[in-house]
Design a protein around this ligand. Structure first.
Ligand SMILES: CC(C)(COP(=O)(O)OP(=O)(O)OC[C@H]1O[C@@H](n2cnc3c(N)ncnc32)[C@H](O)[C@@H]1O)[C@@H](O)C(=O)NCCC(=O)NCCS
Ligand SMILES: Nc1ncnc2c1ncn2[C@@H]1O[C@H](COP(=O)(O)OP(=O)(O)OP(=O)(O)O)[C@@H](O)[C@H]1O
Length: 293
């Protein structure tokens, strides 16, 4: 079993709370280039912050069920298919709450897998590896791969998309967003600036099918180079970095380019950063765990 009844493992309720919190914090963070934040819908004319918050809230029971399922079932096709069923239900719940707007499909995919994997993991790397094993397993009832934007884009331009990111154990979360976030904090940056810089670094590297779908390879170059330029100017916390960020935001909104995949992966990084991994127990908690054994 993933969680295996380990008393130190975070509960399904806590994991679901943290997943929703990560989505809320990603949504509220701003100014994010092209993405929904407190200022409005960014490149989206059908979304705003209240809609994103309501969508995140509606997914709480889905995350809880995913964590519950993982605490009862070992990694294998059975759990994969159960998560697939929960993910598809979550998509329906989201579309009902948003009246048909895709607010969180990519985020539900990444966080659903990570929530399921987190319960029995010692740290974020192990969680990402377990999530990757789950993502790679077959799901007989999975969505037909012919209809989605992501699939059309992958056929045309190649790249791996949301599925490939998960199957590779979330390299842009583990190797890009989290290290950047922590480096920025260590350098004394305020939390929102550290998060913006982490988002920008992911944007500068990710082949985001969300961007490719709307703007092709030219659009992807605009996003990647624009984000790299903000960081080159010193990041969101410097005057010239902030000016470059606002310029990029203008550009992405004007061309309807939404770096939604990067938004999803920032939320995934925030989630992994908040989970109280067993290794991160305080000395006092370690003592209590030792006494219980
Ligand atoms: C894998 C998913 C995202 C479908 O992928 P596909 O590329 O076909 O979908 P679509 O284009 O609609 O959405 C992709 C979304 O992922 C995000 N994204 C895009 N590119 C990337 C990338 N390189 N890396 C990470 N995320 C990305 C964006 O938000 C984008 O909108 C998923 O919806 C799915 O298959 N769900 C089935 C239910 C399931 O098994 N869930 C398990 C966990 S609960
Ligand atoms: N702050 C954010 N703002 C907007 N999208 C976000 C944000 N954070 C994450 N996302 C992700 O971006 C994706 C938006 O998807 P996208 O714009 O491709 O929707 P679509 O309906 O598939 O496409 P289109 O609107 O072009 O028809 C969501 O699945 C969501 O997970």
């Amino acid at each position: 079993m993933i969680a295996g009844g380990d008393a130190r493992a975070p509960s399904a309720t806590l994991l679901a709370d943290l997943a929703v919190r990560a989505l809320h914090e990603e949504a509220r963070l701003g100014p994010k280039p092209g993405l929904v934040d407190h200022r409005g819908g960014g490149a989206h004319d059908d979304m705003d912050l209240p809609l994103l918050l309501a969508s995140a809230e509606a997914l709480r029971p889905v995350f809880r069920s995913a964590a519950d399922a993982a605490s009862r079932t070992a990694i294998g096709v059975g759990l994969r298919e159960e998560l697939g069923r929960l993910g598809r239900t979550g998509d329906q719940v989201m579309l009902r709450v948003t009246r048909g707007v895709n607010t969180h499909r990519g985020a539900l995919w990444a966080l659903g897998l990570l929530v399921a994997a987190a319960g029995g993991s010692r740290d974020e790397r192990e969680a990402a590896c377990r999530a990757a094993r789950l993502a790679a397993l077959p799901d007989r009832h999975g969505p037909a791969r012919t209809v989605s934007h992501g699939e059309r884009v992958r056929r045309r331009y190649g790249g791996c998309g949301a599925r490939g990111e998960a199957e590779a154990a979330f390299p842009h979360v583990i190797g890009v967003a989290l290290p950047r976030l922590r480096r920025a904090r260590a350098a004394g940056l305020a939390e929102d600036l550290a998060r913006l810089d982490a988002l920008l670094e992911v944007m500068s590297l990710l082949d985001d099918t969300c961007v490719l779908h709307r703007g092709g390879l030219g659009g992807l170059r605009v996003v990647q180079r624009g984000a790299a330029r903000v960081l080159g100017e010193g990041g969101a916390g410097t005057e010239s970095g902030r000016a470059a960020l606002m310029e990029l935001d203008e550009r992405l909104r004007a061309h309807r380019l939404s770096p939604g995949g990067s938004g999803d992966l920032l939320a995934a990084a925030l989630f992994l950063d908040m989970v109280p991994w067993p290794e991160h127990l305080t000395e006092a908690e370690r003592g209590m765990v030792a006494c219980r054994r």
